[in-house]
Design a protein around this ligand. Structure first.
Ligand code: KIV
Length: 281
C-alpha cells in the first residue's frame, strides 16, 4: 500500500476509521507495516514501554531520534508521526528546532505534541514551516504531575468545555489530526463532530475517527493494562513459553541438535589431528 499523505489522512474523516499503532524499533515497525496500519506513532511512551522509566518525562530528543530512525528503516512505506518529548516545545523556537530535527533526521511525516491553547503558538510556528502537527488532548502523560496521576480527564462541565475550546483552537492553528486520550466517550464523540480534522482516540470510546494503541498493550506484551486497552494477542505468554522451552533444551542438551550444528569432513578432521600433537577432544 502506498504511504498515506497528510491531506489523504485528513480526507479520511467521515469516510472510514483510521488505524494508528505505536512502534519503537525496527522489527515492530516491520510488523505494523505488514498489518497495513495507516499510521505509526513513535510515541514518547517508549520511555515506559522500552526504556523502563516510570513516566515519559525523562525521554529526550536523542531517544526520539534514535528510535524513530529504527522505525523508519523498518517501515519505509507507512506514515510515521513522532512525539515531541517533554520540554522540547516550551517555546515556538524550541518547537521549530526540535520538530525540524525530527523531520530532517528521521524522515518523520509529522510530529505530535501534547497540550491545549498554551501550545497554539508552537503549533502555528511548525505549521508555518510546513511541518505537519498532530495535537494531543485529554489525559496528556507529560502533565502527569499536574493531573495527579494518569486519570481520566474532562469529566466536569467546565473541563469538557475547556477541552472543546482547546480542540477548536488547535484545529484553527492547523493541526492535521488530534489524539484524544482518556476522556469519556460522549465527550470524544462531541469533539469529533465539532472539528474538521480526524480525532484519534485512546481510551476515548468508539466515536473518534480512528484509534491508536500502544504496541505492547495491543499484543499482550505488557504486564498490566489500562481498562481501555484490549490485548489482541497474548505474546507475553507465547514468548515466556518459548524462552522456557529454550532454557530446558539447553539444560537437557537437546539444543542444538545435529541439523542445527556445522560439520567438518572426516578427511579434514583426520588431517587436523595429524597436524596437532594434542589429541584430547
Ligand atoms: O506516547 C504515546 O504512545 C502516545 C499515545 C498513547 C497516543 O502519545
Amino acid at each position: 500500500m502506498p504511504k498515506l499523505t497528510v491531506p489523504e489522512l485528513i480526507a479520511l474523516k467521515g469516510h472510514r476509521p483510521i488505524s494508528w499503532m505505536t512502534a519503537y524499533d525496527y522489527i515492530q515497525a516491520q510488523l505494523v507495516e505488514a498489518a497495513n496500519i495507516d499510521v505509526i506513532l513513535v510515541g514518547d511512551s517508549l520511555g515506559m514501554t522500552t526504556l523502563g522509566f516510570d513516566t515519559t518525562l525523562p525521554v529526550t530528543m536523542d531517544h526520539m531520534v534514535h528510535h524513530s530512525l529504527a522505525v523508519r528503516r523498518g517501515a519505509p512505506h507507512t506514515m510515521m508521526v513522532v512525539d515531541l518529548p517533554f520540554l522540547s516545545f516550551a517555546t515556538p523556537a524550541d518547537a521549530l528546532r526540535h520538530g525540524g530535527r525530527l523531520i530532517q533526521e528521521t524522515a518523520a511525516d509529522g510530529v505530535k505534541l501534547e497540550g491545549g491553547s498554551a501550545v497554539v503558538p508552537a503549533v502555528e510556528a511548525l505549521v508555518k514551516e510546513s511541518i505537519p502537527v498532530i495535537g494531543h488532548l485529554g489525559l496528556t502523560p507529560q502533565s502527569v504531575h499536574r493531573m495527579g496521576g494518569y486519570k481520566v480527564q474532562a469529566r466536569s462541565a467546565h473541563t469538557i468545555h475547556q477541552l472543546l475550546d482547546d480542540a477548536k483552537r488547535l484545529t484553527d492553528a492547523g493541526v492535521a489530526a488530534l489524539v484524544l486520550e482518556g476522556i469519556p466517550d460522549r465527550v470524544a464523540t462531541f469533539v469529533t463532530d465539532a472539528i474538521t480534522v480526524p480525532t484519534i482516540g485512546i481510551g476515548a470510546g468508539k466515536g473518534c475517527d480512528g484509534q491508536v494503541l500502544v504496541f505492547h498493550d495491543c499484543l499482550g506484551l505488557s504486564s498490566g493494562y489500562p481498562k481501555f486497552a484490549r490485548p489482541f494477542a497474548d505474546l507475553r505468554t507465547v514468548i515466556v513459553d518459548g524462552l522456557t522451552q529454550y532454557r530446558e533444551a539447553v539444560e537437557s542438551r537437546s539444543f542444538p541438535n545435529d541439523q542445527e550444528s556445522y560439520h567438518v569432513t572426516e578427511r579434514e578432521w583426520e588431517h587436523f589431528l595429524a597436524l596437532t600433537d594434542d589429541h584430547t577432544p
